[in-house]
Design a protein around this ligand. Structure first.
Ligand code: GTP
Ligand code: MG
Length: 464
């Protein structure tokens, strides 16, 4: 029996050159039969691992080769410039996930309102220390009621943020995500309560089940339960006046959905494509999308689109992606009257121009095609229509007409000049005006842009 076992092992091992050098087919001096068998099994295991590593290396090499031959496109631009709308989107199958992001955006707007009201009403001495200090309908009472009503929603919002935003601290407001991991985390989130599933989930039952709320990670039921209060709050002239006094223009902030609250705060709400494009999620780090281009003559080409975080602290992560990139899509909204969120003294448009100059002058990017997008044209139109004058923010604009066409032409010339002066070698200047929330025009434009990048890539012979 023993000898049969040994001979069959020997047969297996003799077919394995890696092991045959080390396995002499028998028991070594000072080794028991069991020890010899154990050694054989360990060697076999080592061989399996080694083959697995070989295969992984082979796959990695193949992937690298495929990537090398593929078209690499890099999305650049300051934070909130709209880069997400320029990367490939998968609306279907992800609506439930984006619903949560939109709910978080709403919670974030509500937090801003409560904080602004508190700041105003407390600093005026209107906020009472005890309930008897205030008249029944006074702002202080209102604020107290509001805090009570919204606190379960704020709790749940923080729970979800902690789950999906690894860099989120305790009082984090914004949805910041690394890569696409957050999608998996949201998909796998456990359902904490059955109480809150009821559509009639009331304020009273919410209070009773506070401990359940503390662990809850789906805002849907609580948001539906607070629907009427949120609608009233957003329609309240006193609230609007207070926000205006503090120059809090929620409607102009990314991820603003309070005008749609009646539609969104329902149990069966599913976001439309347009809702998803309007949702706000800040990118931390770098996100790469790979797809096979299937339209037009240039079909079946591998395209890699890299989306980066655009806030100042994130920009150091861009450089490693400059290496072999064929095209940069650079987003520069003409936000002449806005400042950066992370540096409130820095004008957004100045920051974009400074970045553009740096990108144009980068030697690593000397061969890359640079395509400039004046994104958020709808915002520019609204700003100019509201009578905001460019010359107040950009003195060199002088007395030129304050209309969209002249403003766009003026800044296009500035970007063109930087491009010509700073590029290490001549290259074409390409500039498009876009509004990324207009999903139909964007889809057509992006296909056209990708097709032309691909054609250029083929012409340069990299793929041949
Ligand atoms: N009104 C308007 N909003 C836009 C447009 N393009 C993007 N947005 C919104 O602007 C917000 C910011 O867009 P993102 O794509 O997340 O910005 P980003 O450039 O990726 O920002 P980071 O990830 O921080 O680098 C989102 O809420 C978008 O819906 C546009 O053309 N018009
Ligand atoms: Mg982003």
């Amino acid at each position: 029996m023993k000898s049969k076992d040994k001979s069959s092992q020997k047969d297996d091992l003799s077919a394995n050159p890696f092991l045959s050098k080390q396995w002499n087919g028998g028991v070594r001096p000072n080794e028991t039969e069991e020890e010899a068998q154990l050694r054989a099994r360990q060697l076999q295991e080592a061989h399996k691992i080694s083959k697995q590593i070989d295969s992984n290396l082979h796959e990695a090499r193949k992937a690298m080769e495929k990537r090398r031959k593929g078209v690499k496109i890099l999305l650049l631009g300051q934070s909130e410039s709209g880069k997400r709308a320029f990367s490939p989107k998968a609306f279907e199958g992800e609506r439930q996930l984006w619903k949560t992001i939109i709910q978080l955006n709403i919670i974030s707007s509500l937090r801003i309102i409560v904080e602004t009201l508190a700041q105003d009403w407390e600093s005026n001495g209107a906020y009472p220390r005890t309930p008897t200090d205030s008249p029944a309908d006074g702002p202080a009472r209102k604020l107290r009621r509001l805090r009570l009503t919204l606190s379960p929603l704020f709790f749940i919002g923080s729970n979800v943020l902690k789950l999906i935003s690894p860099d989120c601290k305790d009082n984090c407001r914004e949805v910041c995500v690394r890569g696409t991991e957050w999608k998996g985390l949201l998909k796998r989130r456990p359902r904490a309560s059955s109480v809150s599933d009821a559509p009639e989930y009331s304020l009273a039952s919410r209070r009773r089940s506070q401990s359940v709320v503390n662990q809850e990670i789906d805002p849907t039921s609580v948001l539906c339960g607070s629907r009427a209060e949120i609608i009233d709050l957003w329609a309240d002239p006193l609230v609007r006046q207070t926000l205006q006094r503090h120059r809090v223009y929620l409607e102009q902030m990314p991820g603003f959905f309070l005008n749609d609250i009646a539609r969104i705060a329902t149990m069966d709400y599913l976001p439309s494509d347009s809702d998803i494009v309007r949702a706000r999620i800040r990118t931390v780090g770098v996100e790469e999308h790979h797809f096979v281009f299937e339209k037009g003559a240039e079909s079946n080409a591998d395209v890699y689109i890299t989306d980066v975080g655009g806030s100042r602290s994130q920009r150091a992560t861009w450089v490693p992606y400059f290496d072999d990139v064929q095209a940069i899509l650079f987003l520069a909204p003409l936000a002449f009257n806005q400042t950066l969120e992370e540096a409130v003294r820095v004008n957004r448009l100045e920051d974009s121009m400074m970045l553009w100059r740096e990108i144009c002058s980068s030697k690593l990017l000397a061969k890359a095609n640079l395509i400039l997008f004046f994104n958020k044209m709808d915002v520019l139109q609204a700003t100019l229509a509201a009578g905001v004058e460019v010359r107040r923010y950009v003195p060199t604009y002088g007395d030129l007409p304050n209309d969209e066409q002249t403003v766009t032409k003026y800044f296009k010339e500035k970007f063109r000049t930087y491009h010509r002066r700073n590029s290490p070698q001549p290259r074409p200047f390409m500039c498009y005006e876009t509004s990324a929330i207009d999903i139909n025009s964007m889809a057509v434009l992006l296909i056209g842009v990708r097709e032309s990048i691909l054609r250029q890539h083929l012409r340069e012979g990299d793929m041949l």
